[in-house]
Design a protein around this ligand. Structure first.
Ligand SMILES: [Zn+2]
Length: 314
């Protein structure tokens, strides 16, 4: 550090460290340059060096929304300046917009949705963000993914997976009310994942399409219900040929013959499960009482033996 005299030289050392991909070192140079510019009273270059420091600090945790928002704010304050990151030069306003979009993405994906309303809200935000990437960046290569991960991602290619996630969230928001509609949204998500070249995510969406779209007849109560894993579940059972034959003629299956499993609506399933659970607890308490009785009698005979030994001592 002592080698560099002027803050301009330190700033340049930061740029060189970025080119080498050494972001922690770049950050130290930028912060140092900002400090020296500030001592000189050069507020414009102080702000520029500070913004560079904020941007490279994202490298340590690229999906940290508050780091991203902080950097965006700092870059936005530069007004009409141009920033040079690696080999790419970008106007401050354009870069600030990109970082805000990435921050919003990190914020949305960092929250877990549990209720249908939360899933619906997540879907709405994801859709809005996908549109924003399409209109603000379109076919422009995004600066940060290129800088940190050497990935060439355009706004359009960023929008695709976000739209797929939005469809999946919509599916989750609907599955309690209408599993068939949820399956349709997962089907759209599957197509978007394929378009985005993500076969793995496409396959996962396809398995939801199958589960949510499938319907069965409850073995116990005969209710016809769709949405496997949500509204009906599988239970291991023992099925004979005769039992299976007796169910023929029904439009919906009430069992899976290959796996010897029956289908139960969630109502029947949880009633059986809870009854079995409470029986197990009662049985355990009975066993515990018996074991305690035996333990007491063992304790008594040990005490008796000890008294006998004491009496035998001279
Ligand atoms: Zn049932």
């Amino acid at each position: 550090m002592a080698l560099f005299k002027t803050p301009e030289q330190i700033l340049q050392a930061g740029q060189d460290a970025v080119l080498r991909g050494n972001f922690p070192q770049a950050r130290t140079y930028y912060e140092n340059a900002a400090l020296k510019f500030s001592k000189q009273g050069n507020t414009a270059l102080c702000a520029l060096a500070g913004s560079y420091a904020a941007i490279v600090s994202i490298a340590q945790s690229p999906s940290n929304a508050s780091l991203l928002y902080g950097a965006a704010q700092s870059v936005r304050s530069l007004g009409n300046a141009t920033l040079k990151l690696g080999l790419r030069e970008t106007p401050a306003s354009e870069l600030a917009t990109e970082i805000v979009m990435l921050a919003t993405e990190a914020d949305i994906q960092g929250r877990t949705a549990n209720t249908p309303a939360e899933h619906a809200e997540k879907a709405r935000r994801l859709r809005e963000l996908a549109t924003k990437f399409r209109t603000e960046a379109a076919d422009r290569i995004l600066v940060l993914p290129e800088l940190f991960f050497k990935q060439s991602i355009s706004g359009e290619s960023k929008a695709l997976p976000l739209s797929a996630y939005a469809e999946e969230s919509l599916g989750e928001s609907l599955v309690m009310e209408n599993p068939k509609a949820a399956a349709e949204h997962y089907q759209t998500a599957r197509l978007l994942w394929m378009q985005a070249g993500r076969q793995d995510f496409g396959d996962m969406a396809a398995s939801r399409v199958r589960a949510y779209g499938s319907a069965a007849k409850c073995w116990f109560c005969g209710r016809e219900i769709s949405g496997e894993g949500i509204h009906f579940l599988r239970m291991p059972s023992e099925l004979t040929e005769l039992i299976m034959k007796s169910s023929k003629g029904s439009a919906l299956p009430s069992f899976d013959p290959g796996l010897s499993q029956i289908y139960a609506c969630r109502g029947c399933y949880s009633a059986v499960y809870r009854m079995a659970d409470s029986r197990a607890v009662t049985r355990m308490q009975e066993l515990e009482a018996r074991v305690n009785l035996q333990l007491n009698s063992i304790r008594e005979s040990i005490a008796e033996t000890q008294r006998m030994i004491a009496r035998m001592r001279p």
